[in-house]
Design a protein around this ligand. Structure first.
Ligand SMILES: *Cc1c(COP(=O)(O)O)cnc(C)c1O
Length: 381
């Protein structure tokens, strides 16, 4: 992945930093664009995966829409070249201020997640004389087979509107003068690798569509969310994830009517593999029956292992040793959850070596925190 030239360049840069391979990002985006266009699917980039300005500008240049989960993301999307007509705004807890701002910007669609949210949005739109176009986010109760913190489409999750509430939603929308219901929205979770879960989602969407039709409500927009997983184990073997089979599943199993458009919200699968966290080994420390490699980056810079027990491939990119040893690779933060990997086999590792934590382009830099007031990581392209 990293040739000598780039490693020499890394040695000149203050660590820790996020390194983004824009060539890989472009190849990924071109693949997504080609496949989505072939099925006439509309792709929105889920900005929360990585909202680095430089990446956003590259992504928006392909003509994708933006999936936002806050007012800040809506504004950032507009600043970085996304078209307001292709901005969707989701989230279980949109504040009044965020909704008013989005109404004033005339975004494409609000993905609404509760009856009360629709009531409030109607009131706000009325006050400023706007119409809110909405899709209702429905919780389809579909398994995602992923870490429980990133599963979002089961009954026990806070996301989406429950099927038992759908009748009430229909009545509410009918009497809401400033709401126009145009679609339905789903998002069942993240890092989903078993495509059968998406097939099951299609089946549920088809049933739900029929239900809306039986109520005499025409829907033009079907938004199936995101969640496609990537290969964290072997990033170099699968730099670009299997978008072909993913889109194919929806093409095959989703019943789309001639007047309908299908939308996707992809985050991780677009940006994860193009990013690596580059960090320096500060110390090697002996423990009881183990040894620690202590890095200058920790959970303050990349929280996924601590938060989701997530696996990231860890490489020593500067060691010349042909011998290997086992390390617990940890950060400098005062928390025992602050580790990147246990039982990591690396070439003999020393103070000053550079470590790459791979597949860190999604949910990495965006979750960086000020915890312990350690310095923030910069981004390098
Ligand atoms: C997070 C999120 C996405 C993107 O999920 P990925 O797994 O990164 O593709 C899409 N839609 C909504 C509503 C989300 O919250």
């Amino acid at each position: 992945m990293f040739d000598n030239q780039i490693i020499e360049r890394f040695k000149q840069i203050e660590t820790p930093f996020y390194y983004y391979d824009l060539n890989l990002l472009n190849r990924t985006l071109a693949t997504v664009k080609r496949l989505a266009d072939s099925y006439n699917f509309h792709v929105h980039y889920a900005m929360k995966a990585n909202s680095n300005d430089q990446l956003l500008k590259v992504i928006s240049s392909y003509g994708f829409g933006a999936d936002c989960v806050s007012g800040g993301e809506v504004l950032k999307a507009l600043e970085t070249g996304f078209d307001r007509k292709h901005i969707v705004f989701a989230g279980v807890g949109k504040s009044d201020k965020e909704m008013i701002n989005a109404l004033e910007k005339d975004i494409f669609c609000f993905n609404c997640e509760s009856t009360q949210e629709i009531e409030v949005l109607n009131e706000l739109a009325k006050k400023i004389d706007k119409t809110a176009f909405i899709a209702v986010r429905i919780n389809p109760n579909v398994e995602a087979n992923t870490h429980k913190y990133i599963a979002t489409g089961k009954d026990e999750n806070k996301f989406g509107i429950n099927r038992i509430e759908l009748d009430a939603i229909v009545d509410l929308v009918k009497k809401s003068s400033h709401i126009r219901l145009i679609g339905i929205h789903f998002h069942i979770g993240s890092q989903i690798q078993n495509l059968d879960n998406f097939k099951n989602l299609c089946t549920r969407i088809n049933e739900i569509q029929d239900w809306f039709e039986s109520k005499g409500i025409p829907l033009t927009e079907i938004n199936v969310g995101g969640g496609l997983g990537i290969n964290y184990q072997e990033p170099d073997k699968e730099e670009i994830t299997d978008f072909e089979n993913y889109f194919g599943i929806f093409h095959q199993h989703l019943q789309v009517k001639p007047h309908q458009r299908v939308h996707f919200e992809l985050g991780r699968s677009i940006v994860a593999q193009c990013g690596s966290l580059i960090s320096k080994v500060l110390y090697i420390k002996k423990g009881v029956n183990k040894q620690f490699a202590i890095l200058d980056a920790g959970m303050n810079i990349l929280i996924r292992p601590a938060l989701y027990q997530a696996y990231h491939k860890i490489e020593n990119i500067t060691s010349n040793s042909s011998e290997t040893a086992t390390y617990e690779v940890v950060g400098p933060i005062c928390e025992s959850a602050d580790f990147f990997g246990k039982d990591v086999s690396l070439p003999i590792t020393q103070r000053g070596d550079l470590i790459a934590v791979r597949s860190a382009g999604a949910y990495g830099e965006v979750m960086m925190s000020l915890y312990n007031l350690k310095e923030q990581a910069k981004s390098v392209f």
